[in-house]
Design a protein around this ligand. Sequence first.
Ligand SMILES: Nc1ncnc2c1ncn2[C@@H]1O[C@H](COP(=O)(O)OP(=O)(O)OP(=O)(O)O)[C@@H](O)[C@H]1O
Ligand SMILES: Cc1ncc(CO)c(N)n1
Ligand SMILES: [Mg+2]
Length: 525
Amino acid sequence: MAEVVLRGSPHVLYRRRPALVRAMAAEARRKVSHVLTVAGSDSGAGAGIQADIKACAAAGVYCSSVVTAVTAQNTVGVQGVHPVPEDFVAEQLRSVLSDMEVDVVKTGMLHSGSVIEVLCSSLKEFPVRALVVDPVMVSTSGDMLSAPSTLAVYCNKLLPLADIVTPNLKEASALLGGCSLKSVADMYSAAKLIHSLGPSRNVLVKGGDLPDSSDAVDVFYDGEKCHELRGSRVVTRNTHGTGCTLASYIAAELAKGSPVMQAVQRAKSYVASALCYSKDLVIGNGPQGPFDHLMKLKNHVSGLAQKPLFNPDDLLLYAVTDSGMNKKWGRSITDAVKAAIEGGATIIQLREKEADTQDFVEAARSCLAICRPCNVPLLINDRVDVALACDADGVHVGQSDMPAHLVRSLLGPRKIVGVSCKNPAQAEQAWADGANYIGCGGVFPTSTKANNPTVGLDGLRTVCMASKLPVVAIGGISVGNARSVLEISVPNLKGVAVVSALFDQECIATETRRLRSILSDVLRT
Ligand SMILES: Nc1ncnc2c1ncn2[C@@H]1O[C@H](COP(=O)(O)OP(=O)(O)OP(=O)(O)O)[C@@H](O)[C@H]1O
Ligand SMILES: Cc1ncc(CO)c(N)n1
Ligand SMILES: [Mg+2]
């Protein structure tokens, strides 16, 4: 098997005095292994420079980066490419190579022949121990990442400097003038043919995209013998960036001193482990997702799933604003909210049926500035757009508003979603849709909501018993009847929602305080 030739002649050391040799050897042991990646940025961070840095970090190797292009890219595909001018690529190369003792250079997206030429002259000026060339030409999504004219420059200028070149099936085919590669046998021939073009010492043809293969097969040719590297194919959509990652991990292993065949084997088994760990991750909505190079993301994901931001006890005294009542009493919405919080309201919902959108957003922003410091969540009635615009804590919807599952998908997992329900079927749907709580009513007749049939205390009890979600009772509740509501004593009935009982009163704070003390009283007994 061919070894990587170490440029920079280490045997020179042995002609020096023994003490100096020892000192230099100790120094060498302390040196951090270092890969420089010369590649494009992937905004989605699954491939490109971002994958390279993460792969090297996983291998325990430092990775510096010279950016050749910036791509706008996600799990759907590549939306745009913005090349970095060649002379600025040259400047980045000089900055890193002249100072940072790079062991191995790995290349990714090199969009033009002149970028390749710039790299070749930098490598001549600053030789490194090994060069890994991943001839990135087309992304898996089918988008072109280098101009067709670069092919000749790759073959004539860069590959002769490479210790290993790692084409995927499409790239191997392009290097061979467009022949079709459909089987492992084709991959053997391709590896040998690419080697015989004269350029790189070692060729690895990657078979991630081999059709109808239950294994992930790569073919490695070192100039003497072909080695088939086989692993089970991980069934997952999260394979974006496997090629960049494999090449970077090979580079990292070479930087640590592994022989090339061992570097390739370790890289392949690392990619398989990372794919396996990440097979169920959901990042992005497109067909090909990124995977987790450091195999740590799942801890965090399970933390998010607990929806820690919503505390059902906050439903105890749920104050719903009403612009008509504020107008009647000559109050601003912020004064009303301030007074309710002062009196002990535990959650606020802004219900502005008449307001213009601009005024609603403004009002919501001002109310949030009052609620946040007091740790009182602020919800918006109906208007998901208003909630998103001001980053409110959640939205409350009724049965004829936007379906709760859509509200949830628009707001994401960390916001509060409440749904009005009158019966067990609606309550079941709210739970399935990802709601955090149910508002059940009207419990008693009310003037605040026209044509709203009441469910009574019995209906309230039925909904509570049918649901796993916390429930807040609403409709005609006041200081006079709040006790009877909470006294139905079902564990998931967490509080009462009120409008007129607070906002259609001379002093909001006083009325809120009275109601709060009744509720706290019932809970204590
Ligand atoms: N589903 C999979 N399960 C296991 N290994 C895989 C899978 N897909 C790819 N691989 C391995 O990942 C490495 C990269 O191969 P692949 O042919 O996908 O490269 P690529 O097309 O250049 O990648 P990309 O363009 O997505 O960065 C190879 O070792 C391949 O065998
Ligand atoms: C920037 C960049 N480099 C490489 C690839 C190949 O995966 C990609 N999709 N994007
Ligand atoms: Mg691929």
